[in-house]
Design a protein around this ligand. Structure first.
Ligand SMILES: Nc1ncnc2c1ncn2[C@@H]1O[C@H](COP(=O)(O)OP(=O)(O)OP(=O)(O)O)[C@@H](O)[C@H]1O
Length: 989
């Protein structure tokens, strides 16, 4: 196997086994940069002298273009170009308008330029923009396309607009196609008209004056057509127009009027609003699904999406985006950085070259294994794990073997399907002190009993990652598979454009963070520390992740695992680093893991995660790309399958960033028709940025102004409303005979459900609560119960909960909540107890913060470095979405009448069903305490203010308490519990 062959053939890395070991204090740290510099230089020169790795025989268009046209990415250049176009459009407008008045006179001036001095001609010219204006107008209008040349102006304008403002609302390709057609078609039509007017019997003066209408090109084309097909020209033009309309507007059926009752029936078909509670969409007719029978009868016109179908549309390269700031116009979500050539052409060479280049890096690394560049470089991206196997790189000579390897590939191997050269520099990898031996042995030699060192550079070979592939969003698979008659839920916003990667910061290629010295020092210390306790190690393998390095230890036979685990604190102390986590044993492996934080963390940018193939081409319903695992694998999970998520973490440890990553992931992959968020933000500032996408992605209660709920009192209503929505959805599913949302929506899309019977396309609803602790403090059971109910039942009908809290204490994360959230995430917490509360295991207190997190899904706990998305990036993303055409309003949740059916009015007359379910309990509390106060009810019954107030009102009507007395508590009218029971017995049940 190539992998193993490479491993065997690679040269033995430097052995420093015979060197005296430096004192611990110094060996613990990498040498200062100055002292290592000469050595680095030597490494560089040796690396140059080292046998050359065969280079790929082809060039990567990606990189050449990247170099030559790097300036295209420069925002200043883009702005320069953008404003050039914007002002150019203004210039053309003035020049063309002026031509309408002065063009006739200017013709002779322009024509006589070769005879007249320029200055003189300029003075003679009547165009408002002088001689040049006259010439430009002459070229485009008189010689070109006549008045149809005005269609050039929107093209130039939108090009500039797009480049400068990066706005998605207007599609340049759309404008381009429309304007070019209008220009060509209209000029030929006018050419034909002008030509016809030049018939012998036509008024020559008039036809001369109208010459400019068609322009030279239009006129000549019309002449040609006339001589070839005569009157057929008109038919041809009409045919072209119809064809254009059909293809451009994707007309599939004609909505011709029908006669008699059938017509009335079809006209009755109610437009399907964005949801059943909201106003019908302005384009509702197009979106109206009908039953199949109706559809068959109906000879209606459907204007389908203007977008090209995903299959038909070519992928767009990121380079192309830079060249033409319109890549986001295409609905095809693929953006590849690199090639302007065809997509197929771009991928193959990149992969191939990467393979060889990666091999090169690995060969170099084989000799000099310890400085490993971190993964995640944007282009090498996702890459893969340049495996730098370095068996025998051990220094000291006693002990087990030590290898550092990619955890992507458990074997310390060096198969290198890497797509691009890794960011490793030969100088970094080369160890000048070591000759390049002919062969490598993984086994410790007789004299070298120290653990052998194997280094596998993680991440550059991440098979899940697609190098520079950047698919922005997949089209709905259901939609893809559907025949054309199917209902398209995205039709209301058919021009919606998925966000592009360009909205996210490009942090470039990550730099090497973990040095050979650091790895060696940690290894030595682990071996030494364990040695002090009589634990001998057979081998150590190190896997470098973005935040921590995992040292996998195989202890000598007979060593008890629990013994190692009990030494956790001692090892941590000895390594002088926080955040040591010991995994004993690593599930599925017979090894023990010790995670040691890297001295320098690598930031995992959201862009590097989104640009991976794993995320780009995911078929998950609600994919969330959290970040990278210890093995640098991109960690993508499906919220729809989780199906809910509980998040905890002390303040400042990355919770808000984590929430933003979740929201951004979903925004990148779902259409507004497919997904709605209910955002609860008691902190008021964390999620307010998402206000801009209210009309696209947010859901709210009717008659509320803000879609993002910051007032805890309103949360209860919202939760109850979601419960109602859940119940309604279950009813719909039952009626449709479906077991889950996916089945239901598929049936609806296939028009097997009648909207007249209340059926509608059901988007996923994701409820995000940013601070549960706050809600539990103020509303207690009132929020706990609906949350638990939703968590228990809502999975099948597409309502998913993401609940975050700073305080993972048991009175916030109660048993009932915990039981219903099998998937939990913990950022760093302050105590082991908190860690246990959230994860049912320790470890979260040992995290290093800044997005370092543990994800527990059932019994598995995975350590992930959360991707980083900055507020300006979220801002740009929300702007991008928010500025596009949206629905008339947010998605409306069902209205809740009273929090639990409570209302006011005389209790005698009141329907008992309308009486608050806690009425009797509240009356007893009031009477027992002889204190008619709302806050007493709130405290004792853990109710929200609204509900407690309403209960007091009902108690007043029942005669339990007296009227409102300002700041004083109400008078209690029932003296004791006995009298109360009598009163309660008289109330209708
Ligand atoms: N994934 C990450 N990568 C790198 N840095 C991060 C990451 N997540 C958070 N940080 C850093 O930590 C800081 C605090 O993060 P964040 O605001 O998400 O904390 P928080 O847990 O939400 O705090 P609070 O609960 O007080 O709002 C960020 O400003 C950022 O500098």
């Amino acid at each position: 196997m190539a992998k193993n062959t490479y491993k065997q053939d690679q040269p033995t890395p430097v052995s420093r086994g015979n060197e005296p070991r430096p004192p611990r204090a110094t060996s613990a740290r990498p040498a200062p940069a100055e002292t290592t510099a000469p050595r680095e230089n030597r490494r560089a020169s040796e690396a140059k002298a080292a046998p050359k790795v065969p280079r790929p025989s082809f060039k990567l268009p990606t990189f050449e273009l990247g170099g030559m046209f790097a300036f295209v990415r420069d925002r200043r250049f883009q702005l320069f170009l953008g404003f050039f176009f914007l002002l150019g459009s203004l210039y053309l407008t003035i020049a063309f308008l002026s031509f309408l008045f002065t063009g006739h006179a200017d013709q002779s001036v322009v024509a006589g330029l070769d005879r007249t001095p320029v200055k003189e001609a300029g003075q003679e010219s009547g165009n408002w923009l002088g001689l040049v204006g006259a010439m430009v107008a002459q070229v485009f209008i008189y010689k070109g396309f006549g008045v149809a040349a005005f269609a050039l102006i929107p093209i130039v304008f939108f090009l500039g607009y797009k480049i400068v403002f990066r706005r998605a609302g207007v599609s340049v390709s759309y404008v381009l196609a429309l304007c070019v057609f209008i220009m060509g078609w209209l000029s030929v039509l006018l050419g034909y008209v002008v030509h016809s007017m030049q018939a012998p019997d036509a008024d020559p003066a008039l036809s001369h004056r109208l010459d400019f209408l068609s322009g030279g090109i239009g006129y000549e084309a019309a002449l040609w057509l006339d001589s070839l097909i005569g009157w057929g020209t008109v038919l041809l033009l009409a045919f072209l127009l119809i064809s254009f309309v059909v293809f451009f507007f994707n007309v599939t059926t004609l909505n011709l009027p029908r006669f008699g009752t059938e017509q009335e029936e079809s006209n009755e078909a109610a437009p399907v609003p964005h949801n059943q509670f909201s106003q019908p969409s302005p384009r509702g007719n197009y979106a109206t699904p009908a039953t199949l029978e109706e559809e068959e009868k109906d000879f209606g016109m459907t204007v389908r999406s203007l977008r090209p179908t995903p299959a038909a549309a070519p992928p767009v390269t990121a380079q192309a985006f830079e060249d033409d700031d319109d890549s986001d116009d295409t609905d095809v979500p693929v953006v590849m950085s690199g090639s302007v050539a065809s997509p197929a052409a771009s991928v193959a060479p990149v992969a191939g070259a990467g393979l060889l280049a990666g091999a090169g890096a690995a060969v170099a690394g084989a000799a000099l294994p310890l400085t490993v560049a971190p993964a995640a470089a944007a282009i090498s991206a996702a890459g893969a794990a340049a495996t730098v196997a370095a068996a025998g790189a051990t220094a000291a000579s006693k002990g087990p073997s030590f290898s550092i390897e990619s955890a992507m590939d458990p074997e310390p191997v060096a198969v290198l399907p890497t797509r691009v050269p890794t960011p490793l520099s030969l100088a970094d990898l080369a160890d000048a002190d070591a000759p390049l031996p002919a062969s490598t042995s993984q086994q410790p030699s007789a004299t070298n009993q120290q653990p052998t060192l194997q280094i596998t550079k993680p991440n550059e070979l991440d098979p899940a990652a697609g190098a520079d592939m950047a698919v922005i969003a997949d089209e709905d698979e259901d939609a893809d598979a559907m025949p054309a008659v199917n209902y398209d839920p995205t039709l209301d916003l058919s021009r919606y454009q998925y966000p592009t990667l360009e909205l996210l910061n490009d942090y470039g290629q990550a730099k090497a963070q973990v040095t050979k010295e650091e790895l060696e020092a940690n290894k030595d210390r682990i071996v030494e520390t364990l040695g002090h306790y009589g634990i001998n190690i057979a081998s150590i393998k190190a896997t470098i992740g973005p935040t921590v390095t995992l040292y996998e230890i195989v202890p000598d036979a007979g060593v008890r695992i629990s013994k190692i685990k009990s030494l956790e604190d001692d090892i941590a102390l000895s390594l002088a680093a926080l955040g040591i986590r010991i995994i004993a044993p690593i599930p599925g492996k017979g090894t023990i893991g010790i995670e040691v934080p890297n001295t320098k963390k690598e930031m995992v940018s959201i862009r590097s995660v989104f640009s991976t193939e794993k995320f780009a081409h995911t078929e998950m319903d609600l994919p969330i790309a959290f970040g990278r695992t210890i093995t640098n694998e991109v960690f993508v999970v499906d919220l729809a399958k989780m199906p809910h998520l509980l998040m905890a973490g002390a303040t400042g440890q990355g919770k808000s960033v984590g929430l933003n990553v979740i929201l951004a992931s979903l925004l990148y992959k779902r259409h507004p028709a497919q997904l709605k968020f209910v955002l609860v933000d008691p902190k008021k500032v964390e999620l307010s940025i998402f206000n801009k996408i209210e009309r696209h992605f947010l859901a709210k209660l009717p008659d509320t102004e803000e879609a993002i709920i910051t007032d805890t009192k309103k949360v209860v209503n919202t939760l109850n409303s979601l419960c109602m929505e859940m119940d309604r959805r279950y009813d719909l599913l039952k009626d449709a005979g479906c077991r889950n949302l996916k089945e239901y929506n598929r049936k609806f899309i296939e028009r097997r459900l009648n909207p007249k019977k209340g059926h509608r396309y059901l988007p996923f609803i994701v409820l995000v609560i940013d601070e549960l602790a706050d809600l539990m403090m103020t509303a207690g059971k009132e929020v706990e119960t609906p949350i638990a109910r939703l968590a228990q039942l809502a999975r099948a009908i597409g309502i998913h909960l993401i609940v975050a809290t700073q305080r993972p204490s048991v009175n916030v994360i109660t048993g009932i909540i915990k039981a219903n959230f099998p998937c939990r995430i913990s950022f760093k917490v302050t105590s082991k107890i908190d860690s246990r509360t959230i994860l049912d295991a320790g470890g979260a207190d040992q995290l290093v913060g800044q997005g370092d997190m543990l994800i527990s899904q059932g019994s598995d706990i995975i350590r992930v470095q959360c991707a980083f998305i900055d507020t300006p990036e979220v801002d740009r993303l929300c702007d991008f979405v928010g500025e596009q055409q949206g629905y008339p309003d947010a998605y409306m949740l069902p209205e809740v009448v009273g929090e639990s059916g409570g209302g006011n009015g005389d209790l005698e007359d009141m329907d008992p069903a309308q009486r608050d379910s806690m009425f009797e309990e509240a009356a007893r509390v009031i009477v027992t305490h002889q204190q008619g106060s709302t806050s007493l009810l709130q405290r004792r019954l853990k109710l929200g203010y609204n509900r407690a107030g309403r209960l007091i009102d009902q108690l007043e009507h029942a005669g339990v308490v007296g009227p409102f007395e300002g700041s004083k508590a109400r008078e209690v009218l029932i003296p004791d519990e006995y009298s109360l029971e009598q009163l309660l017995n008289t109330l209708p049940k």
